[in-house]
Design a protein around this ligand. Structure first.
Ligand code: ADP
Length: 373
């Protein structure tokens, strides 16, 4: 508790863009997010006042940072579960706790748990059984690192004669997907759960490049099914905070691909496109406040990620001038990152009446910021 304001202190491990945008939401709630950042130029460390520098794998650094926090939460899933359990043993309130976190750190444990719960997932096997498994489901197969993957790093489409990466793996059938969807919910310790409209996510090279809210032409029964699935998982896994459920839509129905227990790229559109942003919702949930309204603020919302382009060309600041002149209503979020080709450096959001139009506006804005042309 901040004795000056009487309002809680939330600590977030990790100083990336998710912490940066959570900090923005914390400001409105009268708080100043405490950040554990690796470097002073991490996106959130640039903007928050209460920054601890240290590594998330260093238990002493985690303890020093957590001391005095009402609750500790995460902008990524890389804190060792043993460290999280040690903080809990110290009496620190950690959300989500070590139980649920285990599943977002270990794709194998997640699939075993989802299978136990009877949740539809792609057919899969342990890496050691890759050849036998592929003989059953057919090449190519999708091979995934059990730990540490993100943005498609740690996911490989492997054919019969390709060598397997030398890390602990699982192997999956290549799902004939119609498209990808995401269901985002938040759950509080009290057990209140709030679900956002189901969105369509578009990935390129394993990176999410576009999110459309609500998912266009989604059968309303399927949308409810996805939301109910996410709510059920949040309850069964005892998640506190946000749970993003990444889904594959196939001819036969929905399959769960991946879970995340933190603010998620598929929810960035909520900053302008929902009555309560995912970042505020995450704070409300971990603090056991009642959940905010998840309704849309416009019939159609499109978010496009801004990836770093090649060096040179028009300076980024000048690109912004042009973009704002061309589309005064598009909203831009930069993450304070150094530009590197292909790296997520920000996102843009467009709202309107018609999905085709807002999608075109968001894509055009993101392409312009990336390429300046
Ligand atoms: P990450 O944890 O790096 O985000 P994911 O498991 O979400 O990795 O996979 C990244 C992308 O790869 C997915 O969004 C999807 O486009 C594709 N993909 C992953 N698994 C499969 C699969 N079994 N079949 C077809 N495509 C897949």
């Amino acid at each position: 508790m901040d004795t000056r304001t009487g309002l809680p202190v939330v600590g977030m491990v990790g100083g990336g863009q998710l912490a940066r945008m959570t900090h923005q939401a914390a400001i409105s709630l009268g708080q100043s997010l405490r950040i554990l950042a690796v470097a002073p130029d991490d996106g959130a460390a640039q903007v928050a006042a209460d920054v601890y520098l240290g590594h998330h794998t260093d238990l002493d650094a985690l303890r020093a940072f957590a001391n005095g926090c009402d609750v500790v939460t995460f902008d990524h899933e890389h804190v060792p579960v043993g460290h999280v359990a040690a903080l809990v043993a110290d009496g620190i309130n950690v959300a989500p706790g070590p139980g649920p976190l285990r599943y977002v750190q270990d794709k194998r444990a997640m699939r075993e748990r989802l299978a136990e719960l009877g949740v539809p997932i792609p057919r899969w096997a342990a890496g050691a059984e890759a050849a036998r498994f592929a003989a059953t489901v057919g090449w190519p197969v999708v091979v995934k690192a059990v730990r540490g993957g993100y943005d498609g790093r740690g996911v490989w489409f492997v054919d019969r004669d390709d060598p397997l990466p030398e890390v602990e793996l699982i192997v999956e059938e290549r799902v004939p997907l119609r498209r990808e969807l995401a269901a985002l919910v938040a759950r509080s310790p009290f057990g209140q759960v709030a679900a956002y409209p189901v969105v369509e996510t578009v990935q390129r090279d394993g990176i999410c490049v576009e999110v459309l809210a609500p998912a266009p032409d989604l059968d309303p029964r399927r949308a409810v099914e996805a939301q109910q699935l996410a709510i059920r998982l949040a309850d069964e896994l005892a998640v506190v905070g946000l749970l993003a459920v990444e889904l594959f839509e196939t001819e036969a129905g929905l399959l769960v691909n991946e879970l995340a227990m933190r603010p998620h790229n598929s929810g960035h559109w909520t900053i302008e496109g929902a009555r309560t942003s995912q970042f505020e919702q995450h704070l409300r949930a971990v603090l056991d406040y009642p959940m905010g309204d998840t309704g849309l603020t416009a019939p159609a919302v499109a978010m496009a990620n801004v990836l770093g382009g090649e060096a040179g060309g028009m300076p980024i600041d000048e690109r912004l001038h042009h973009l704002f002149a061309a589309d005064p209503a598009v909203k831009v979020h930069f993450y304070g990152k150094q530009v590197q080709p292909g790296r997520k450096i920000g996102h843009v959001t467009a709202l309107g009446e018609d999905m085709a139009t807002v999608r075109e506006r968001a894509l055009r804005a993101a392409r312009w910021l990336r390429e300046g042309g």
